[in-house]
Design a protein around this ligand. Structure first.
Ligand SMILES: C[S@@+](CC[C@H](N)C(=O)[O-])C[C@H]1O[C@@H](n2cnc3c(N)ncnc32)[C@H](O)[C@@H]1O
Length: 340
């Protein structure tokens, strides 16, 4: 018997937008602080009482929040994830989360043209938008840093024996340093270099200090499409390739190959999967940047164009799929000047 699909409810935008609105307003935080009566709640967060009640009741009907007594709201487990300190705080519309939500308006243009529709919605490309708006860029860095912190896995596929041969890790596009800090904390003999845009690496000081690794962490504010610091043992690309179309991904991998030659490794975490990725994976990146997830075979092709050979792949203890490459024997990575 074919499964009945409720297309009507699939097409309903009320729930995703209601969730974003309550995160933005900090409703869950108010409830956690004991402000539960709808009038008090509306006053505290400066909202219209009736509209707020309707949005909350919609979410109650979906299993998020409870209304144990008429006009009194309460947190349940699902609603707790909407706390401003919770895992879904990135949904807040005041910053990068707002851009990500509104970017979906570009899906139609993306599908029609094959180009990221972000440009049609906001009048400039995703990266140019971040470059032009320092508050937006700061909010992006915070969101990425939180997600990096949540998904950190200092093993990154290398076993303990291999780690004894690693003295220097370059985290390419490493954001504000959460992943590198985690690696350095787990491996006291390793030193690291964080490469990211100047505005982003500038925000890493506290991250390294808090992890107690500042003396082993260097930062390099630059584009990763320019030559990278050379001679490190590991070049880490975490949650990065998914952001880029093939042409730029090859340039980025080429920079890694050039810098890693002859003996370093390039370790890719995220954006590559052994088989076809989940159908919805990377759809937002398709709209925002034109990036996409890749199968291991597709990645092998890109890596080869960059002068890299895939030497290992597998799941790390945290379940992330990790791919390790080495500069191909005798290959001089193709020199290229492409930029984003
Ligand atoms: C999706 S985040 C990934 C951050 C980090 N690797 C992680 O796992 O959380 C992409 C990173 O690429 C950086 N980035 C984008 N364009 C860049 C460029 N041209 N040069 C250097 N970094 C860049 C962004 O600033 C951001 O930190």
């Amino acid at each position: 018997m074919p499964k009945r699909v409720d297309v009507d409810s699939l097409s309903d935008l009320a729930t995703p937008w209601s969730l974003r609105v309550v995160v933005t307003l900090g409703v869950a935080d108010q409830l956690a602080a004991g402000v539960t009566e709808i009038g008090d709640l509306a006053r505290h967060i400066k909202c219209d009482r009736d509209c707020l009640a309707r949005v909350l009741r919609h979410l109650v009907s979906k299993g998020v929040f409870e209304e144990p007594v008429e006009g009194e709201f309460a947190l349940n487990e699902a609603a707790r994830s909407l706390l401003r300190s919770g895992p879904l705080r990135g949904l807040a519309l005041d910053g990068h989360g707002g851009r990500s939500a509104a970017a979906w308006n570009g899906l139609l243009a993306t599908v029609r043209t094959g180009q990221p529709g972000y440009q049609n919605v906001f009048g400039r490309s995703y990266w140019a938008d971040l470059d032009a708006d320092s508050d937006l860029a700061a909010s992006y860095d915070v969101n990425m840093g939180r997600r990096a912190g949540e998904a950190s896995d200092p093993a990154i596929l290398l076993d303990d024996d291999t780690w004894t041969q690693v003295a220097h890790v370059v985290d390419v596009g490493g954001g504000t340093g959460e992943t590198l800090a985690e690696i350095l904390r787990a491996r006291p003999t390793v030193r690291g270099t964080l490469v990211d845009l100047p505005r982003t690496v500038a925000r890493s000081t506290e991250v390294f200090a808090a992890a107690g690794v500042a003396d082993r962490a260097a930062v390099q504010g630059q584009s990763f499409f320019d030559p990278l610091p050379t001679g490190a043992d590991v070049y880490l690309l975490k949650r990065l390739l998914l952001d880029w179309p093939d042409e730029q991904a090859v340039v980025l991998l080429t920079r890694c190959a050039e810098a890693a030659a002859p003996r370093g490794r390039v370790v890719v975490v995220g954006g590559v999967s052994p088989g076809r990725a989940a159908a919805s994976a990377g759809l937002l990146m398709m709209v925002q940047t034109g990036g996409k997830p890749r199968t291991l075979d597709e990645f092998r092709g890109l890596a080869a164009r960059a002068g890299l050979t895939v030497t290992a792949s597998g799941h790390s203890p945290s379940g992330q799929f990790v791919t390790e490459c080495r500069p191909a024997a005798g290959s001089t990575a193709r020199k290229t000047n492409a930029r984003r």
